[in-house]
Ligand binder design. Structure first.
Ligand SMILES: [Zn+2]
Ligand SMILES: [Zn+2]
Length: 273
């Protein structure tokens, strides 16, 4: 089954309409497409849905679901930020829970994925250049997803490494860093969450590999975690960007299956067909 559950449209920071994304999905041979606008997280995330746009978003996805029902299965999802609204409403078919903001030592919340310059500034000025302190603040937030019953999927597990291509900020394989991430992974596996293999930073040129890093993906596999493949799409041409690489990385880590959303909820699907 060809599916993407992490899709942004014009209701938040995506470039295309629901209509254009649905048509592109059909052209690219998708069986199903899930929309996942950024849930209400004002004032920190000004791109996120407000009450008015949230209602219009739900309506528009439902409308597309009916219009394309013979050609494409459309799911209504949401990407909730840990600082924002909790989407326990059963109207949503699934919830991706993500950490985009962390509290700095001064108590101010700042984004980890805004720009390379901003990430560098937070690391240097707020955390005094101590990458492990920065990572500790990040994974302390990510762990909270384990206690969120509405969350099905953990969004881009190691988003704080978005600007770490060529290890510009920190070595990926530092054992002290890995321990922080692994502690979060243990809690998320115990609570049954699905991890994304997320290719979103690849078309934007920030990363040559999907999230999470191969070492963490291996750890997720070795500890019985489940994964799904998503493109975190913000522009329709990238709807299936990097899917081949993501499948190859999943297989290399030892996975035989990925999770897909079906009428019966999330189910495993073989990676070897
Ligand atoms: Zn996100
Ligand atoms: Zn996203």
């Amino acid at each position: 089954m060809k599916q993407n559950l992490h899709t942004h449209c014009r209701f938040c920071d995506g470039k295309d309409t629901i209509e254009d994304l649905a048509r592109t999905a059909i052209d690219k041979g998708f069986d199903s497409l899930g929309f996942s606008s950024h849930g209400y997280a004002h004032p920190l995330d000004t791109c996120s849905l407000d009450d008015e746009r949230e209602a219009a978003y739900i309506y528009s996805v439902m409308e597309a679901r009916i219009r394309y029902k013979d050609r494409l299965k459309i799911w209504l999802g949401i990407e909730e930020d840990l600082t924002g609204r909790i989407y326990a409403d059963p109207a949503f078919d699934y919830v991706i829970a993500s950490c985009h903001f962390i509290p700095t030592p001064s108590g101010e919340w700042k984004p980890v994925d805004y720009s390379p310059e901003k990430a560098r500034e937070i690391l240097e000025e707020d955390f005094g250049g101590d990458f492990l302190a920065y990572a500790r603040a990040y994974y302390r937030e990510v762990k909270k997803i384990a206690a969120r019953p509405e969350a099905d999927i953990v969004g881009h597990l190691d988003l704080l490494m978005k600007y770490n291509e060529q290890e510009a900020m920190h070595p990926f394989a530092d054992p002290e860093y890995l321990a922080l991430a692994q502690e979060a992974i243990d809690m998320l596996i115990a609570s049954g969450k699905i991890f994304e293999i997320n290719t979103g930073a690849m078309p934007r040129g920030y990363r040559s590999e999907p999230y999470p890093h191969a070492i963490l993906l291996q750890y997720i596999h070795d500890h019985g975690g489940k994964v799904c493949i998503t493109s975190d799409c913000h522009a329709r041409q990238n709807l299936d960007c990097g899917f081949d690489i993501a499948r190859a990385r999943a297989r290399a880590a030892g996975f035989d299956e990925v999770m897909v959303l079906t009428d019966n909820g999330f189910e495993p699907e073989s990676l070897w067909d």
